[in-house]
Write a protein that binds this ligand. Structure first.
Ligand code: C2E
Ligand code: CA
Ligand code: CA
Length: 699
């Protein structure tokens, strides 16, 4: 041990105190004797009291972490060999508790022999455990961050204001189509690749965070070095503490795919899938916008309804029907002035908004479309009538007109066109009769909507019997809507449902009926023998998104059974909404709801639908039943329908049975169910419920 210290007295005390206070460990090795002195502070750093450690010069080696041994010894050897200026190494020593203490060991020679070989080396060890732990945590955070950046494909970059240099990581290089790299890029690299249309805005938004201190998010297009246009999103923040004048620190992400998907979704939400024209809701929005500016820019609104579309569909099939609708869509698009918009409102109805141009007669557009339709073959068969169109239009130049009224005027003129022989165009106001009916439709509609809100929409029902047996044997009932006008008069559905359909409100009405019927009578619809309610659904309802979630929710809330619900869809609804009808029937079957094909036989190829829609029952169109006793033809039709339906296991229901003879005939034909004034006149469902309870009490 080099016991003899050169420094004496107060100066030595000062050093010792400083070292003690700083918590540094001092060692002093005499290379000639092989002895080594360790200061008490060194022992304390490792948790030992002075004198507790053996007086062994190699005691540090005994405490050294095996993984650090090689490097620590080498660091000393290199210095002794004269290869390094000093010893400088980090290592772990075992604390008395057993944990590892990270120390920074720094030292060097202080005495040499005649040949210049070191004879004495002194050094200081500092506890750097805390720093090491912090570094460790930082490395972990970095690794996680890198992983997240890699997973999200995000690149990171920064720009230093003092040096005016930008640094991009490898991913940023990749995004911009630059050769793989990681580091400084040309000063104008970013700006030079910005899409010319986005350049000014992107540059401006990019510099904002320097003023605001907030993180800016910007989206812009960039032209890759290979010429491809990509959509990027960048987050950027100004960090004043970095560098001498601060830095922009940012991320960049290629969001091209997400942008394209967004565009597609937006398109799907506002466009009709079949024709590519706007859909009803997008048209409504366009109309609202046009009305806002009508004082400066008057416009014409056109309503186009196809003639003989159903016949085409029936005879030539729904694929031909779809392609005809597509062709009509194209004809309209081609005839359209550049500043006009066109929409398919549903089924075979279309609408157009066109600004009024000076010196241009608004009927010209309609005539052009009519001529094009007349000159086109839509795949009609020899026997079927030629597809045509009736167009009505109205000039709108007055800001006080409501949206519903504008549509009603064109719609009304369209009716007039149909009434006066189809395949023509009529302007609103031509003919006194025409000028009121459309507005009446709008009025009826708003009355219907109010009716839902103030309980003037009433639930009536008509019993459906097993022919020849009392109602208690079936407990089936068709729900029929009635609207009570403000004077208490009952308006039949035929007078308000078509208006609701024309204005796209029918599904709201249908859902209102289903919800209210289930809320009131669902408790009596729990299973076999209980009340079975049949609901009429409009074509529009079949394709309402979330329809079945709605039905499921209402069924569950009311404790009814799905099997006690029948949905009646008309053939016409199925034809104009083929795919929606198909999906509807399958969804109904999954839940055990029953489906009945209403007004069966009115289409020319009704039997074809039976193959495509696996319904539970068909309801023979009342037109064939009404005069059954007196018409051999009707009897033949009813017999044919019944035979086929029975052959494929469907229940047949006959409606509009008005007398006993008809009932007897139907029974003979083998029809099981029937309804009509002869059996029961529609009355409020509440009254029918009383009968249900009475028949239950008797049982
Ligand atoms: P539908 O489904 O064919 O309903 C049968 C219609 O025939 C009912 O007229 C009923 O009152 C009437 N009827 C019943 N028995 C006889 C009879 O012996 N002779 C005659 N001549 N008629 C009879 P209603 O209630 O006026 O309904 C007309 C149509 O309105 C229904 O025809 C149905 O398509 C529709 N409808 C009724 N309620 C709703 C509803 O809640 N939603 C939807 N979307 N449509 C409904
Ligand atoms: Ca019905
Ligand atoms: Ca019917």
């Amino acid at each position: 041990m080099t016991g003899e210290d050169e420094k004496q007295g107060p100066e030595r005390d000062l050093w010792a105190h400083a070292i003690e206070r700083a918590g540094l460990g001092v060692w002093d090795a005499d290379l000639q004797t092989g002895d080594c002195y360790y200061s008490p502070s060194w022992a304390r750093m490792l948790g030992y009291a002075p004198g507790e450690l053996p007086r062994d010069p190699d005691v540090w080696l005994a405490l050294l972490h095996p993984d650090d041994r090689e490097q620590a010894i080498a660091s000393g050897d290199r210095h002794v060999a004269g290869l390094t200026e000093r010893i400088d190494t980090e290592m772990r020593l075992r604390h008395k508790d057993g944990h590892w203490v990270w120390v920074l060991d720094r030292g060097g020679s202080v005495a040499w022999d005649a040949w210049g070989k070191p004879t004495r080396i002194v050094g200081v060890q500092t506890d750097i455990t805390r720093r090491k732990q912090a570094e460790d945590r930082l490395a972990q955070i970095n690794a996680r961050l890198r992983l997240a950046l890699d997973a999200s494909g995000t690149g990171i970059w920064h720009h230093d204001f003092a040096t005016r240099t930008s640094f991009w990581d490898a991913r940023t290089h990749e995004i911009f189509g630059l050769p793989s790299g990681d580091g400084e890029v040309a000063r104008d690299q970013w700006v030079s690749q910005l899409h010319p249309e986005d350049r000014q805005r992107a540059e401006r938004e990019h510099t904002l965070p320097r003023k605001t201190g907030a993180t800016a998010q910007l989206r812009y297009r960039m032209i890759r070095t290979d010429g491809e246009i990509r959509h990027l999103e960048t987050l950027v923040r100004f960090v004043p503490e970095f560098g001498e004048e601060g830095q922009f620190v940012g991320t960049v992400q290629d969001i091209t795919e997400a942008c394209l998907r967004e565009e597609e979704l937006a398109r799907a939400a506002s466009h009709d899938r079949l024709t590519g024209l706007l859909n009803r809701s997008a048209f409504d929005a366009e109309l609202a916008r046009a009305l806002e500016h009508v004082e400066d820019r008057p416009f014409a609104i056109y309503y186009l309804d196809l003639d003989y579309f159903k016949a085409l569909n029936d005879v030539a099939g729904h694929a031909t029907g779809d392609s005809a609708l597509q062709m009509i869509g194209r004809i309209i698009s081609q005839a359209l002035p550049h500043d006009a918009t066109a929409a398919r409102l549903g089924g075979d109805e279309f609408a157009i908004l066109a600004p009024l141009a000076d010196g241009q007669e608004p009927s010209t557009l309609a005539q052009t479309i009519l001529r094009a339709i007349a000159g086109t073959s839509f795949g009609e068969n020899a026997g079927s009538p030629k597809l045509g169109a009736s167009i009505g239009y109205a000039l709108i130049n007055d800001g006080s007109i409501s949206q519903a009224e504008a549509v009603a005027r064109a719609d009304d003129a369209c009716y007039a066109a149909k009434a006066s022989g189809r395949n023509r165009c009529v302007a609103f106001g031509e003919g006194a009769a025409a000028s009121t009916s459309g507005l009446t439709a709008a009025r009826i509609l708003s009355d219907t909507i109010d009716g839902m809100e103030d309980d003037r929409l009433l639930l009536f029902g008509q019993q459906i019997h097993i022919l020849g047996l009392p109602w208690s044997r079936s407990h089936r009932c068709e729900v029929l809507a009635r609207l009570q006008d403000r004077n208490g008069r009952l308006i039949p559905p035929g007078a308000f449902i078509p208006a609701a359909e024309r204005f796209g409100m029918a599904s709201r009405l249908d859902r209102w009926i289903v919800r209210n019927a289930l809320q009131r009578y669902g408790h009596a619809m729990r299973g076999p023998g209980d009340l079975v309610l049949g609901f009429n659904l409009s074509a529009q309802t079949l394709s309402v998104p979330g329809l079945w979630e709605f039905v499921d929710r209402e069924v569950e809330a009311s404790h009814a059974a799905h099997s006690n619900l029948v949905f009646e869809i008309t053939e016409t609804a199925a034809v104009t909404n083929f795919q929606a009808a198909e999906r509807f029937v399958h969804a109904a079957r999954e839940r055990n709801c029953r489906v009945s094909l209403d007004d069966f036989g009115s289409g020319l190829s009704s039997f074809d639908y039976l193959r495509r829609f696996p319904v539970d029952s068909i309801k023979i169109n009342g037109d064939f039943v009404e005069n059954l006793a007196g018409s051999a033809f009707d009897q033949a039709v009813v017999r044919a329908i019944t035979d086929i339906a029975k052959a494929i296991g469907l229940t047949v229901v006959a409606e509009k049975i008005e007398d006993g003879d008809t009932q007897a005939l139907l029974k003979n034909l083998g029809i099981r169910y029937g309804q009509g004034f002869f059996l029961h006149r529609p009355e409020p469902l509440d009254a029918i419920m009383v009968q249900l309870q009475e028949s239950r009490a008797r049982m």
